[in-house]
Design a protein around this ligand. Structure first.
Ligand code: NI
Length: 198
C-alpha cells in the first residue's frame, strides 16, 4: 500500500509541476500586456514597413481582408518560432482560404532583422507569412499602436535578447482589432475558428 501511495503522490507532484509550468508559460506569454477588454478600436493603426522581399507594405494594402499580426524577432529562442510554426499549421489547414487573409510577423528587433534576415528565417515556415521590418522609429510606432511591450535585455556574452508581448492579434478587414487569436488548440480548430472571419 505504501508503495502505491508514494506512486500516487509522485504522480500528483508531477501533475502539479505540469500545471505550474503551464501557468508560468501563460504568464510569460501574456502577462506583460493584458488584453484590454474595452477600447478595442485603439489597437492597431497606420504603418508603412518593408517585407522580406524589400517591398513596402502599409495598412492600406491590407484593407478588404482580415489579417493576423504578431510581433517578435528572429533571434527569439522559443516563443516566436513556436508561434510561427503553429500559425504555419493553421494556414496549412485553411488551404486555399489562407489567401483570404494576410499573416504578418513584425520584428521588434529591426537592428538585426533586416529584410534579408527575415527572408532567411521565414523560409522555414508557411510561405504566406509576411515578415515586416523597418527603421527603428517606424517599428517603435507600430509596436506602440498595437500596445506591444518591448524591452531590450542585455546578455552576459555581450549580445542581447528582447522581451516582448507574444499575442497574436486578429484584425478585421477595416484594420480594427477583433480578438487575440488563440493558437493553443489544434490547427484544425484554430482554422475553423478563423474561417468564421474570412
Ligand atoms: Ni519571441
Amino acid at each position: 500500500m505504501k508503495a502505491r501511495t508514494a506512486q500516487i503522490l509522485l504522480m500528483l507532484a508531477g501533475f502539479l509541476a505540469g500545471v505550474a509550468s503551464i501557468v508560468l508559460v501563460v504568464v510569460l506569454v501574456s502577462g506583460r500586456d493584458p488584453v484590454p477588454s474595452a477600447g478595442a478600436a485603439a489597437i492597431g493603426g497606420p504603418f508603412s514597413l518593408v517585407d522580406q522581399n524589400g517591398r513596402t507594405v502599409t495598412d492600406k494594402d491590407l484593407r478588404g481582408h482580415p489579417f493576423l499580426v504578431f510581433f517578435g524577432f528572429t533571434h527569439c529562442p522559443d516563443v516566436c518560432p513556436t508561434s510561427l510554426f503553429e500559425i504555419s499549421e493553421v494556414l496549412g489547414k485553411l488551404g486555399p482560404d489562407a489567401q483570404k487573409l494576410s499573416t504578418l510577423f513584425v520584428t521588434i528587433d529591426p537592428e538585426r532583422d533586416t529584410p534579408a534576415a527575415m527572408k532567411d528565417y521565414l523560409a522555414s515556415f508557411n510561405p504566406r507569412l509576411v515578415g515586416l521590418t523597418g527603421d527603428p522609429a517606424a517599428i517603435a510606432a507600430v509596436a506602440k499602436e498595437y500596445r506591444v511591450y518591448v524591452k531590450k535585455v542585455p546578455l552576459e556574452n555581450g549580445e542581447y535578447t528582447m522581451d516582448h508581448t507574444a499575442l497574436v492579434y486578429l484584425m478585421d478587414k477595416e484594420g480594427r482589432f477583433v480578438t487575440p487569436f488563440n493558437l493553443k488548440r489544434t490547427p484544425e480548430d484554430a482554422a475553423a475558428d478563423l474561417r468564421r472571419y474570412l
